[in-house]
Design a protein around this ligand. Structure first.
Ligand SMILES: [Zn+2]
Length: 314
């Protein structure tokens, strides 16, 4: 089993990171540009015991590479923000609390594995790697608890911080990390990535990806969302009843990660004033869902507002 080609779309970046001997990297770039895949490839490169590839990437066949491909690497810990639930009602603020770092501070047992305890254990392969996906959500307390570990990582561990905007990461973390930019890749690189996965270049998927390698990782969900969005948009023109029925189908299949973006993609070539109104309707739908409004009513209202936006009512 070879490493996912999508992670190799950022070959030069991987080459730099694979040769990195410091304690902490900060990878920044837009959402779904492939930061997570790059971080996993870096973890693979630093633990591979086989013959590494042209960018220093893992061989794909040694025990470490196989563990990584199976999603069960003993030296890899991924830390992500949680949505705070302290009041019992889901708050909107995402945060990485100090409880992610220290088991003793994780009163509500939100995290299964904690950074501090994870790094006390010797690596199974070469180097334990802690990926903080969403470094901008590190609270000051969590960042403070991490600092000593970042400065003197036990057993030579490596930290990989991921952020959409590096300026929103606490300066204490920024200043201790080597910074690398993860940028969108050319369309033909996305096509190559698809070919590497044994798939045909799908023009809609390539256009939707717009160079974001991370979209390849989620290509099944993206394809489904694009198909749903196209079907829904088509139904809007088919009269009020068809639109309301399509809204019901969309509600049942709704994936908050991909459907909003897929919808915007389907109306990207409409006139700017229509797009603006459609975007407003979509934001209102997302707000209503986040506020636990009735989903079926919210989707019906959304369909009606889109018909207005596109001049289809009446
Ligand atoms: Zn290997």
């Amino acid at each position: 089993m070879t490493p996912p080609p999508a992670s190799l779309l950022h070959g030069p970046l991987l080459e730099q990171a694979a040769a990195f001997s410091g304690n902490a990297l900060l990878l920044s770039g837009p959402a779904r540009v492939g930061k997570r895949a790059a971080a996993l490839a870096i973890a693979g490169a630093h633990n591979c015991s086989g013959t590494r590839g042209m960018y220093g990437e893992g061989c794909g066949v040694c025990p470490s590479c196989r563990a990584l491909a199976a999603g069960a690497h003993p030296d890899l810990l991924i830390v992500e923000p949680r949505t705070t639930t302290s009041t019992g009602k889901a708050a909107r603020r995402r945060v990485i609390p100090v409880g992610a770092v220290l088991a003793a501070r994780d009163k509500s047992h939100e995290y299964e594995t904690h950074v501090y305890e994870f790094l006390e254990v010797r690596p199974t392969f070469r180097r334990r790697v802690v990926v903080v996906d969403g470094a901008e959500y590190l609270g000051p307390e969590a960042a403070n608890a991490l600092l000593k570990l970042v400065e003197e990582p036990p057993h030579g561990a490596l930290f990989v911080f991921l952020a959409e905007d590096r300026r929103s990461v606490l300066p204490t973390i920024q200043s201790r990390s080597a910074r690398l930019d993860v940028t969108p890749v050319p369309d033909r690189a996305v096509e190559r990535g698809l070919a590497g996965l044994g798939e045909d270049a799908d023009p809609a998927l390539v256009a939707f990806a717009a160079g974001r390698a991370g979209v390849l990782e989620a290509r099944e969900a993206v394809r489904a969302a694009l198909a749903d969005a196209a079907e829904f948009s088509g139904a809007l023109a088919g009269g009020l009843l068809a639109a309301l029925e399509a809204a019901e189908r969309l509600e049942k299949r709704w994936d908050a990660t991909w459907h909003p973006e897929a919808l915007r993609f389907t109306w990207r070539e409409r006139p700017p004033h229509e797009r603006a109104r459609a975007d407003t309707a979509l934001s209102a739908l997302e707000d209503a869902l986040a506020a636990y409004a009735s989903p079926s009513l919210s989707f019906q209202v959304f369909a009606l507002r889109l018909r207005e936006a596109f001049g289809l009512e009446g």
